[in-house]
Design a binder for this molecule. Structure first.
Ligand SMILES: [Zn+2]
Ligand SMILES: [Zn+2]
Length: 405
């Protein structure tokens, strides 16, 4: 570690917090103990703490001076409904729940940064402006995540931020390597349910019925043509029919057939195109067979788009701390989704990945490093110190840089 800031970061304390949080994982909107731990620490270090945003969410505010710069750093606190299989000394003590995405580590890195920033604040470090540390519940809940709810409850009007940043671990990338990307970094995630209504009848007399199973089958095939023929071949899109359901027995033509789709895109305009084409294809297939169709289309997390200036600032900070070999500037986007995308719709900022390595946690996995959401996953403790140091250095850069946006 080549930074004066790393001496302000307490790696031993962070490891203890991380293991404590890991032992007691809590699902989305139930992060009571985790939230209380964060609140206790922030209050003790002199932060102004506001609790009760989106239930268990909280914001810790530290004012360095009257300057106009306002920075938001965000971490998620929720765990997953998975039975942990790591066998580690700090493994989950709650059956059926585990920190399988590393949010215990993300919360801890921000907590470590909070402690270091409070130390810098006490020493009268030359920083000016305000830092808001945003501890968010329920990132894993899909459509109804904690980021959106915190924003609906006034996150950015009560805690104005000129820029927001978040960091997630990424298994399979060398430990401590920072990955940046300007523009789209993670996909939108939408869900559609399509119900075809025909006219049921005897399996031997199809001419007296309207068979919705045939309509659904034709639609499954026709949907594939959207990605193949409507989407620019250089853009990305996924349409997966994850569920197809029709009928009860072999000799009855059912009344209805139903499809459920998972839809992903890396550009908002492709996302719009997919919805428009899915609706048109389903309706067109229903019409051509003389059936009716009902579509319910639910938009989930949007495309996550990193702002160029803030991404470059974060990258410069990582490069000056860890050197260019530990920093990747133009990382590949991922088809996973993340509700920090909502925050980036309202405020410029950047989402950063930090390599989790394989850290020996390959047991239980067929090959390669253990991925997040796997029962054998564990956040890499060696990232606590560089992660927290990165947050501190970013805050320092942001609260001392004249041009921040
Ligand atoms: Zn996750
Ligand atoms: Zn996650």
């Amino acid at each position: 570690m080549h930074s004066k800031f790393s001496s302000y970061v307490d790696a031993d304390a962070m490891r203890a917090w991380r293991h404590a949080i890991h032992r007691q994982p809590e699902l989305g909107f139930e992060e009571f103990q985790t939230s209380a731990l964060v609140q206790r620490c922030l209050s003790e270090w002199g932060y102004e703490v506001t609790t009760g945003l989106a239930g268990t969410g909280l914001v810790g505010t530290l004012v360095f001076g009257p300057g106009p710069a306002r920075l938001g750093l965000r971490a998620e606190m929720d765990a997953l409904p998975i039975q942990e299989a790591t066998g580690l000394p700090w493994a989950s003590e709650v059956p059926g729940k585990m920190h399988g995405c590393g949010h215990d580590g993300h919360t801890t890195m921000l907590l470590g940064a909070a402690q270091a920033l409070a130390r810098l604040h006490r020493e009268g470090c030359a920083m000016d402006g305000t830092v808001h540390l945003i501890f968010q519940p329920a990132e894993e809940l899909g459509g109804a995540g904690g980021a959106q709810r915190m924003m609906q409850e006034g996150l950015f009007s009560r805690f104005p931020c000129d820029a927001v940043f978040a960091m997630h671990n990424l298994p399979g990338v060398p430990q401590g390597r920072f990955l940046f990307r300007e523009g789209a970094y993670m996909a939108s995630s939408d869900r559609a349910s399509i119900v075809f209504e025909g006219c049921g009848g005897h399996g031997a007399m199809p001419h007296l019925a309207t068979d919705p199973t045939v309509v659904a089958s034709a639609t499954v095939m026709a949907l594939q043509s959207i990605v193949a023929r409507n989407v620019d071949p250089l853009a990305s899109a996924v349409i997966t029919v994850g569920r197809l359901q029709a009928g009860q027995t072999y000799n009855v033509i059912p009344e209805t057939a139903e499809l459920e789709l998972s839809i992903r895109a890396l550009k908002p305009e492709i996302r719009d195109l997919l919805e428009q084409r899915i609706r048109a294809v389903a309706q067109g297939q229903a019409d051509s067979f003389g059936a009716r169709c009902r579509i319910s289309y639910e938009r989930g997390y949007p495309v996550l788009i990193n702002a160029p200036a803030q991404t470059r600032l974060a990258m410069d900070v990582a490069q000056s701390l860890f050197g260019t070999a530990q920093v990747m500037a133009n990382a590949e986007p991922l088809c996973a989704s993340e509700d920090f995308a909502y925050m980036l719709q309202e405020r410029p900022g950047s989402y950063v990945f930090i390599g989790n390595g394989d850290n020996g946690h390959t047991h239980g996995c067929a090959s390669g490093p253990c991925s997040v959401h796997n029962p054998s996953f564990d956040f890499n403790d060696r990232n606590l110190e560089p992660g927290a140091t990165f947050w501190v250095a970013l805050a320092h850069a942001f609260l001392s840089t004249p041009t921040r946006s």
